[in-house]
Write a protein that binds this ligand. Sequence first.
Ligand code: ZN
Length: 467
Amino acid sequence: MNYTASYVRNSSADFIDLLVIPNPFEDYVNSGTVIESTSTGREAYCFHGDLYYDEEDYVCEECHCYMNRHDTYHIRLRHVCMEEKLTYVMVDKHRFMCPQCGHYKMQQIPFQADGHHITNELLTQVESMLSNGFTNKQISGLTGLHQATIKDIDKARLKRLYTEDGITLKKPEKQARYLAIDEFKLHDGYQFAIHIIDLESGHVIWIQKGKKKQVVYDFIQFVGDDWMSNVEAVACDMNSDFQEAFEEKCPDIQIVYDHFHLIKNFNEKVVTEVRKDEQNRLIREGKTQAAQSLKGSRYILMSKRETLQKKDTDAHERKITQCAVPLFGVPEQRQLGENEHRYNRLLAENKLFCAIDIVKELLHDAFNASSDAEMADKMDYIMDVCNGTENSHFKWFARLILNHYEGIIAHGSIRISSGKIEGINNKIKVQRRQAYGYNDDEYFFLKILDASRRCYERTLSSPKLLH
Ligand SMILES: [Zn+2]
């Protein structure tokens, strides 16, 4: 690195002081530096100087004649921060014109990043922060760059990482044995996109907007039949489109329904509906107070008993800490917490709520089964319990199981973890929340591919990189 002695001129006074500034730029001589104040109130060093140019620059590419300097542009490039001050490099850039053939040529600035008004050094620094998990907002705060610029840099970086040519995705890094397919909401909250995960690595290997079957066809065409022939199973929700499309193209593949999606169906279609019916019945019978007490019970009914117990214990401990009550004389017998007490009351009041409780426990137990036969026994029992209630919502759930029987009991021998699917869905939610202020699906998809390959999410609110 060269060090060039130059002067700092304080623009508000004729004060001149000697300052040594590192000058890493090729063909650039810093002739003076001014301290300016930016619109956001931050101080900035503005390096003024001249760019050397070669004889080459004057030669016409078309007819090899000597060109004239036609006009000059004053260019301002953002550079890396120094002593927490922003920095700018001011350069005069010339345009040459050939007197013989009329050809124009723009002088190149060797240290300018392609397509941006920033230096290569700043580009490298931003890319390094991005690959270390800093958010666009954090980087904007540290470098003073606009978030739109950071987004452009990030998108180009992700395209280099995950696409062949900026459009086509790179083929999966390795052969997958188990896949999962699911959908997620886009920024507008109405449209959906579909993603496919390699369940062993947890990597998202395909994302696309569109009709469910078409997405599956496009994915299979993308990876090829050979690659697909080594995939043993696909986990999906009970939407028949995914299943049909996979079975149509790859008849040997086993469809598996995971715990997560079955529970989701149970919560959305049985718990919610039974509670609504019960509330309406109480209102019809004039028991408004009882109906009122059912409000907000959805969460309680959907939770596992252990979750409620944990919540109650946490609340109890918080209370003890807050009141600084000494821990002497805590009763041996565990007292019921508020949540669990309410849960028990709900069960006592309604036999259907009781059935919800039983089915939930049975489902949890069934998904721990270690063979297809054991799983089949347990699912048969769940269907009996559901049909025994003679309630339409429970009977619907029993039919759902029956219609997807093979895919459900396949879980007994193909242990597919719901954790990976839920983990990815959570990462997608985080990415959507950060949103980067743009409705750019392509960028959102690239961020999801990247997040799924990261083993941690940075949670620092104020990174200490430059401090
Ligand atoms: Zn020429």
